[in-house]
Design a protein around this ligand. Structure first.
Ligand SMILES: Cc1cc2nc3c(=O)[nH]c(=O)nc-3n(C[C@H](O)[C@H](O)[C@H](O)COP(=O)(O)O)c2cc1C
Length: 173
């Protein structure tokens, strides 16, 4: 088996999916993505766990969700602090976003990550969204109602999740 000398012993085929979530959509995506990827895949919530050292991972997939036009601070802070290391990895990016205007949605994706990481990433996807009115606070419910969103829904895209997995698997060195 070919082993790339750049990668530390043991990192071959190891993937970390590091995600930020408020109501679970981004977590669902991480868990749907994981079994579709080759090798050893670990999913970690940045909201609940301390992310492991990146040294032992060949691939890192970063996922989060958009609130008021921006991705979770926990994820963007982490990315800014580990940018140099991330630029040495195989990287995939995804966001959950409910914005209806596709241009605004695409801009949310671009703006969620530093330009260098966005350009470096093998795949960057908008993977759909969910609304859970039963879990939201009053302000959130009102904000959505003002946008004409009145009901809970699940609109995660299996196609986008499959595309992400396919791109990450196909481009393996
Ligand atoms: C209060 C609120 C504000 C939101 N603001 C945006 C937004 O500005 N842009 C967007 O694309 N989606 C927005 N969304 C949709 C979320 O990104 C979507 O619900 C996503 O699936 C949440 O993922 P999570 O459960 O992983 O946090 C908003 C959702 C809520 C509840």
């Amino acid at each position: 088996m070919f082993r790339n000398h750049e990668y530390q012993e043991g990192s071959w085929m190891k993937t970390l999916i590091l995600y930020a979530t408020k109501y679970g959509s981004s977590e669902k995506v991480a868990h749907r993505l994981a079994p579709k990827l080759p090798g050893d895949v670990q999913t970690v919530s940045i909201m609940k766990e301390t992310p492991p050292s990146l040294t032992s991972y060949e691939t890192v997939i970063l996922g989060g969700s958009i609130y008021m036009g921006a991705i979770q601070k926990q994820l963007s802070n982490y990315v800014n602090e580990h940018l140099e290391e991330l630029l040495e990895k195989r990287v995939g990016l995804y966001i959950c976003a409910g914005e209806q205007d596709p241009e605004v949605r695409s801009k949310e994706l671009v703006d969620s990550f530093p330009k260098s990481l966005y350009e470096h990433a093998i795949v960057k996807e908008i993977v759909g969204h969910e609304y859970h009115f039963d879990k939201m606070n009053l302000v959130e419910k009102l904000m959505l109602r003002m946008k004409g969103i009145k009901k809970s829904c699940s609109a995660l895209s299996d196609e986008s999740i499959d595309h992400t997995a396919h791109m990450m698997a196909e481009t393996r060195r």
